[in-house]
Design a protein around this ligand. Structure first.
Ligand code: ADP
Length: 567
């Protein structure tokens, strides 16, 4: 990576700069340190310019994966990171990442190359109405019409993406704007966008929220990924300790308070949701992930106290008794300050606590039985038990796939905030490898463990080459049940494969060993699990552990279908 020597102001007056170089410089100035992409017309020069300006460029194999990587890097670093794609089909592929980021409320900046403006409407190579296509998925979308205005647009895109409720931003860069040479005299570099403002909630609302908590018999705190994003882990942990309230985390809220904390009631999730009379919702939405806050998963009379940075979110699906509108970290600090002056704890012995304890014990007994089952072919629980045992405590865990992700959520514990990345609010399968690449490049020194169903892995399997090229410390665990939601052990000759089935006998570990530096392991038996997983995690660079399981393996019996709920 090379960084140019700064010019003096007199030299600057005569210096010219290409649109492409100015774009790279503006992004770097705004804190875009990582750029994921696939080069080609008209952005190849831009990717090289990004490297010259000190941005780490990671070349991926598909724009979808690159756009997933950019948003995970944004979530993990706290500043919007970039994705650069070619015109037309490149932008269309990256729409997947824009939609996923929008649904997760995550920032990112997509840079779309575009055909030259003077060819607009003429049927140019890869011509597309890109701003129009991106707009439904973007918090901000704009075309740049002249090179000297690039710093202006980059600042707007970064600020809009990052401030308030985060979301993805798009900039359309026509070939002629990127190739243009402008005098630095005419260029005004924009000020660096500040880190997100952290507004407090009105003090009166903070007091009302605490009074509501005190009045509840069965209170429950739910910690969502808004708290992970706002870096509120210290404040939330302090609040839980002070009040001794039972808490649950949403899938990506896991780790804000460690999963093994004694006040976690994750093992009694259904009982907790069904019987809570008041839910303190912290940076989480009452959408499908929380069953809309409705019966039969919640009490019909459940009271909601809701903290969110977005005022328009307060009251979605269930009216909120108190809305705390503000930044997660600031508002929890306000709550803790009031509790410092006027301490309050939820009592240690209540029927609510004992009910939660009993619910947890019943579930743990069923899961432990399944985790102890050594029969071959293996089941999910047995496999995930060893995946967890072999995963370093500070690892970042990526998880996707239907059963693999759902069962993994309960067995793969998280101890640190932002240490779990999964299919998220949009339920996107195929995000995992892009997320793993991003987690590795933004967290040097940590192991990344991507636990993938075979179907989820297939969406962007070629990213193993990316991992080998950059020698990233990623372990991919493919838990293979031969299909989507389960397959069969053998195809029947002359019979069309059922729609949900993938090819039995496939050897996914060989996808990794096809590339120099990639290590592959194949596991079918319980005693092979820990040695393979440990070696994969402790070795250098990327590894893939392919674990063949019973194609008919399932979750433990569920009381409710996962998407129960109707408004
Ligand atoms: P989960 O999937 O964990 O339930 P969601 O993505 O549904 O989480 O909800 C996260 C919520 O956090 C969103 O409604 C978003 O507006 C909110 N949020 C985002 N940034 C902040 C912040 N700085 N402080 C508080 N809430 C935030």
């Amino acid at each position: 990576m090379t960084t140019e020597v700064q010019t003096t102001s007199t030299e600057q007056a005569t210096e010219t700069i290409s649109g492409s170089r100015l774009l790279a410089r503006s992004l770097k100035q705004q804190g875009v340190d990582h750029l994921f992409g696939v080069v080609g017309f008209p952005i190849t020069a831009f990717a090289t310019d990004a490297q010259r300006e000190g941005i780490q460029y990671i070349g991926m194999r598909n724009e979808q994966a690159a756009s997933y990587a950019a948003q995970a890097a944004s979530y993990l670093t706290g500043r919007p990171q970039g994705c650069a794609v070619v015109s037309g089909p490149g932008v269309v592929h990256a729409l997947a990442g824009m939609a996923n980021a929008q649904s997760n409320r995550w920032p990112m900046i997509l840079i779309g190359g575009a055909s030259a403006m003077f060819q607009n409407g003429m049927g140019a190579f890869q011509e597309e109405r890109q701003v129009l296509a991106v707009t439904p998925f973007a918090k901000y979308a704009h075309a740049v019409e002249e090179a000297e205005r690039i710093p202006y647009y980059v600042e707007q895109a970064v600020r809009t993406s990052l401030h308030g409720r985060p979301g993805p931003a798009y900039l359309d860069l026509p070939d002629d704007v990127l190739a243009d040479e402008v005098s630095m005299e005419r260029v005004h570099m924009a000020p660096r966008v500040s880190d997100p403002p952290r507004p407090p909630a009105p003090e009166a609302d903070v007091r009302r929220a605490i009074e509501a908590l005190k009045s509840a018999e069965n209170p429950l705190v739910i910690v969502g990924k808004g708290m992970a994003w706002s870096r509120a882990e210290h404040e939330v942990r302090e609040f839980i300790e002070k009040t001794q309230l039972p808490f649950l985390a949403t899938p990506m809220g896991k780790g804000v308070v460690p999963d093994d904390h004694p006040l976690s009631v994750a093992a009694a999730r259904t009982y907790a949701l069904q019987n809570a009379d008041l839910v303190f919702l912290l940076g989480a939405r009452l959408n499908w992930i929380l069953h809309f806050g409705k019966p039969p998963r919640f009490r019909p009379d459940v009271r909601v106290v809701q903290l969110d940075i977005a005022p328009e979110e307060i009251g979605t699906n269930v009216p909120a008794e108190v809305g705390l509108v503000g930044d997660g970290q600031t508002v929890m600090r306000q709550v803790n300050t009031v509790l410092d002056v006027d301490p309050w704890q939820y009592p240690p012995e209540t029927t609510w606590r004992s009910g939660l304890e009993q619910g947890a014990q019943e579930n743990i007994a069923i899961t432990e039985q399944m985790m102890a089952d050594d029969s071959v072919p293996l089941n999910y629980q047995r496999v995930l038990k060893d995946v967890h045992a072999a995963t370093p405590r500070d690892a970042i865990v990526v998880s996707e796939g239907a059963n693999t992700m759902d069962i993994g959520r309960t067995i793969l514990l998280n101890y640190e905030p932002r240490s779990r990345l999964d299919a998220g609010t949009y339920g996107t399968m195929g995000v995992g490898l892009g997320f793993a690449v991003a987690a590795a490049v933004t967290n040097p020194g940590k192991r990344i463990v991507a636990v993938e169903g075979d179907a989820a892995f297939g969406f962007s399997g070629m990213e193993v080459e990316t991992m080998c090229r950059y020698n990233l410390p990623v372990t991919i665990v493919v838990i293979n049940n031969n299909g989507i939601g389960g397959g069969i052990s053998q195809l029947r000759p002359g019979v069309a494969p059922p729609p949900s089935v993938y090819l039995p006998g496939s050897r996914y570990e060989q996808v990794m060993t096809a590339f120099p530096g990639g290590r592959g392991y194949f596991v079918e038996r319980p005693e092979e699990l820990l040695p393979a997983l440990t070696e994969a995690n402790e070795g250098e660079g990327p590894a893939l552990v392919h674990i063949a399981i019973d194609p008919r393996a399932r979750r433990k019996p569920q009381q409710f279908d996962w998407h129960t709920g109707r408004t």
